[in-house]
Design a protein around this ligand. Structure first.
Ligand SMILES: C[S@@+](CC[C@H](N)C(=O)[O-])C[C@H]1O[C@@H](n2cnc3c(N)ncnc32)[C@H](O)[C@@H]1O
Length: 358
């Protein structure tokens, strides 16, 4: 039902369903004054706004403790590195990012642990979902991290979470009920403000196949197994992640623009460590708005960096040749794509001795 101001109200029964509590527990919250409500006859009415605020407060208050991360790489008895169990890597990013490197995180940890001192600055020049920067800061592997992303649709999300009104963003996420119309409207409003822009990107990222944000990427119409678009929308999870990132905003710097320029500017800083994950040489075109780049120039910059770097690339002949030319170490790792295809990925650095046990 609606009041004079167009505010929507839910019965305590419906509110309980939204919250995932029993009706009894929901009424207890109302009686305790934790969930604002108005009495109507024998029932209580909860406004959608109050419900959204309550859900935000529930998802942000107790900071989640992360388990102590495993810093050694998983190995088979013969010493070979075995496949990473992605379910054991905390998902920290609000994005489901195409080409995301959650599965590579144990390698990032092992690399950072191998350095004699903790990096003062962790730089992710092609950040996307920024899982490496987030892990570095959440797990205290670096003092601070710089998230650099050229796609404005993506960088605005980082800017709003880390420098803007992230609570408003969380509120919008909680209040949003996805339908083909509401999704279209949210996307069409992206020009109104950075907050609208960030929200539109998050909606697109959830509703597009494979999370692809490149122009022309299709939006799904029916959600998972025809269950509707709500089956792709996890507001509590999104808000919990945003809240936890925002709590660390003093240690995370969001930057729009070109990762090449940032690396050149920082090249002589010795306390920096760079995680370099550029668009794939071939598949990048389909996945990202910005995918064309001068790979030879990127390797020239890597060679000039004072700090340590770990680059990850698809296994392409051109890339192997560039690594060879600069005398970098290359290691091939097998990875499973989301479609369970076996693929080879290259790890490139000045020194990959930390991959060898003992
Ligand atoms: C492979 S994705 C990074 C994925 C990321 N490591 C993750 O785990 O989510 C590459 C990213 O680089 C961005 N990009 C492309 N060219 C760039 C440039 N010159 N400077 C900064 N970012 C760029 C793309 O928009 C894309 O988000």
């Amino acid at each position: 039902m609606e009041d004079l101001f167009g505010q929507h109200y839910l019965s305590s029964n419906d509110a309980a369903q939204v919250l995932g509590y029993t009706v009894q527990h929901t009424r207890l919250l109302i009686r305790q004054g934790q969930l604002p409500a108005q009495k109507l006859g024998r029932d209580w009415l909860v406004s959608q706004g109050d419900l959204a605020r309550f859900r935000v407060s529930q998802t942000t208050s107790p900071p989640r403790r992360l388990d102590t991360p495993e810093v050694t790489l998983p190995r088979a008895p013969n010493g070979e590195i075995s496949a990473v169990n992605v379910s054991q890597v905390p998902q920290l990013s609000p994005f489901r990012y195409p080409g995301g490197k959650t599965w590579l995180i144990p390698y990032v940890r092992a690399w950072l642990h191998s350095s004699p001192s903790r990096p003062r600055l962790f730089v992710e020049p092609f950040a996307g979902g920024a899982i490496a920067s987030l892990t570095a800061v959440f797990e205290d592997l670096a003092e601070r991290a710089m998230i650099v992303e050229m796609d404005e649709d993506v960088s605005v999300v980082w800017k709003v979470i880390l420098r803007g009104d992230y609570e408003q963003l969380m509120q919008r996420i909680m209040e949003f009920l996805p339908s083909p119309e509401s999704v279209r409207l949210a996307i069409s409003e992206q020009g109104l403000s950075p907050l609208h822009h960030a929200f539109a990107t998050i909606v697109r990222n959830r509703m597009a196949r494979g999370g692809i944000l490149a122009p022309g990427a299709g939006i799904v119409k029916n959600g998972e197994n025809g269950k509707g678009l709500t089956s792709r929308w996890y507001p509590e999870t999104l808000c919990r992640r945003i809240g936890e990132i925002a709590r660390r905003r003093k240690r995370l710097d969001p930057l729009g623009g070109d990762g090449f320029g940032v690396m050149r500017a920082l090249a002589s800083s010795d306390g920096a460590a760079y995680f370099v994950d550029p668009p794939y040489t071939v598949a990048g075109r389909r996945l990202y708005k910005h995918s064309e780049m001068d790979h030879s120039e990127l390797f020239r910059i890597l060679a000039r960096l004072e700090g340590s770097f770990l680059a990850t690339y698809d296994d392409a002949q051109e890339i192997r040749a560039l690594a060879d030319k600069h005398g970098f170490a290359v290691h091939v790792i097998a990875m499973k794509t989301t479609h369970h295809l076996q693929k080879q990925e290259l790890l490139i650095s000045r020194d990959l001795a930390w991959l060898t046990p003992g």
